[in-house]
Design a protein around this ligand. Structure first.
Ligand code: ADP
Ligand code: GLC
Length: 468
């Protein structure tokens, strides 16, 4: 069975968040299953990876986007270095930039990507068994292959859409229809949601099946889905929740080259201590106090707006009995507030920016990882932290509730239900008390490290769905 994953991110080529981790790992694990050939198609970016690897131009053609004629080149990485065939679509002027997101003309970019991929496949008469579309950026593909005249060759190819984050739907005005490949206008309803073209809604309507990245999140979409609640009800018969895994080859504390002192479950306690001492030294923190960390985008869905108050209140209320370290960037108001507290509080360290290596060091060093997410479709941070013996302190939502159980009910993490400053601090205080009990902490480190979030299980679930 031949599967093409279509995505705007793929680790280590280009990563903004968990989507990249998933698309960089899932096909690799699918390829270990007999009879499966999984490949990835993504836009071309001006990133180190494309210069460090050899590529062949395997296709060079043109598409029309409204009045504009665009060159489309498809480049294939020569050695399948990632464990799968990697194709990058380059469209000068649109898909030849530094980053996946952040441009005003993103609707044009994503339309061109989807159009370009389908044009290449049709022109070269490549007919995959499954087109697996990730998030709204590729959400129009299921519609396009059925209802755009240009892609007759692909009609009937099965499509799966995966919703990594329903907060982003890619809505655009109907004027943009002029920039799509011509389609059967009678079918306009399959693109529309409340008077706009909504790629995520269209993906749910037109794909053969769609998935969310945890079962818990799928349940929540019925009550909170930025206006698509009734659609998920209508299309429920083809909805599936499949939890993400983690790439145990990349995220392995025994071999991880990005951390300072590697460890196994046998020497985790001592080695984690060494990692923590080094990190605390570098950031002026106090190694004898518990270290709580947050890693992520400064967005309200992550509860990042609550962090500044959590920082000053928890340090004040505990009379400085804990350290907090934050790695991330995003909303400038949050950044500025945190910078201010970084200046005032010696128990708090901030590193603004995106630093892959530092995230590994923090997972390896921290005692607790804080995730006050308002919305968390799956969440990978808690799984990485658990594998690195760091106790997750998470809001009970989406994928977090599917993966982290509170110690009070036999689990190895800490949960809280309401995303509010006082509730977070209450959970943090539970962590501070636990920290005093060395034996309990040791057992929690072991228990967390023993959790199995390997991709194999979820990769097999996707294959079962493709077969269906
Ligand atoms: P999301 O995709 O919603 O941001 P996930 O938990 O699925 O959330 O994945 C986030 C990924 O991005 C993880 O691999 C995490 O380690 C990484 N990450 C987030 N922010 C940073 C950062 N500032 N520096 C390094 N890695 C980060
Ligand atoms: C999205 C979600 C996150 C999930 C990731 C990978 O970015 O916000 O919860 O883990 O996709 O599926």
């Amino acid at each position: 069975m031949i599967i093409y994953h279509l995505s705007t991110e793929c680790y280590p080529v280009a990563k903004v968040g968990g989507l990249a981790d998933v698309v960089g790992a899932l096909p690799k694990y699918q390829n270990k299953i007999t009879g499966i050939e999984a490949k990835v198609v993504m836009p071309w970016y001006n990133k180190a990876f494309v210069y460090d690897h050899g590529f062949d131009i395997i296709f060079d053609g043109f598409i029309h986007q409204g009045p504009n004629m665009l060159q489309v080149q498809v480049l294939k990485e020569k050695t399948d270095a990632l464990g799968f065939e990697l194709y990058m679509v380059r469209i000068p002027g649109l898909l030849d930039r530094d980053n996946p997101y952040g441009y005003d003309d993103e609707s044009f970019q994503f339309l061109a990507f989807q159009h370009g991929v389908l044009h290449w496949l049709s022109a070269m008469e490549i007919r995959p068994d499954i087109l697996h579309c990730h998030d709204y950026h590729t959400g129009l593909v299921p519609f396009m292959i059925e209802h755009c005249y240009e892609f007759k060759f692909l009609k009937g190819v099965k499509t799966i859409g995966t919703i990594h984050n329903g907060e982003y739907q890619g809505m655009m005005s109907w004027n943009m229809a002029n920039y799509m490949p011509s389609f059967d206008a009678y079918k306009w309803g399959l693109l529309d949601w409340n008077g706009l073209i909504n790629p995520l809604a269209s993906m749910m309507k037109c794909s053969n099946a769609f998935t969310t990245v945890s079962e818990g999140y799928l349940e929540e979409l019925f009550i909170s889905f930025r206006g698509l609640e009734s659609l998920v009800r209508e299309e429920f018969s083809k909805a599936y929740g499949i939890i993400n895994g983690i790439d145990a080859e990349v995220w392995n504390p025994e071999t991880d080259p990005m951390m300072d002192f590697n460890f196994t479950i046998k020497n985790a306690v001592e080695q984690k201590k060494k990692n923590k001492e080094k990190l605390c030294k570098e950031y002026g923190l106090k190694p004898d106090l518990p270290l709580f960390a947050f890693i992520g985008r400064f967005a309200t869905e992550k509860g990042a707006d609550l962090l500044p108050d959590v920082v000053w209140k928890s340090i004040k209320q505990s009379y400085g009995a804990l350290n907090i370290m934050i790695l991330g960037s995003g909303n400038p108001y949050i950044e500025n507030k945190l910078k201010e507290y970084d200046f005032y509080y010696s128990n708090f360290a901030l590193d603004l920016g995106y630093k892959e290596y530092l995230s590994h060091k923090i997972y390896a060093s921290a005692d607790f990882l804080l995730m006050p997410s308002r919305v968390e479709p799956c969440g990978l941070n808690q799984m990485y932290s658990m594998r690195y013996g760091t106790i997750p302190v998470v809001r009970y939502t989406g994928g977090l509730r599917d993966t982290v159980e509170d110690i009070s009910t036999g689990g190895a993490g800490l949960n809280f239900t309401y995303p509010g400053v006082d509730d977070i601090i209450h959970a943090v205080n539970r962590g501070v008390s636990l920290y005093q009990e060395k034996d309990v902490m040791k057992n929690l480190i072991y228990a967390n490290m023993k959790f199995d979030f390997a991709w194999e299980k979820s990769a097999a679930k996707y294959i079962a769905l493709y077969n269906k």
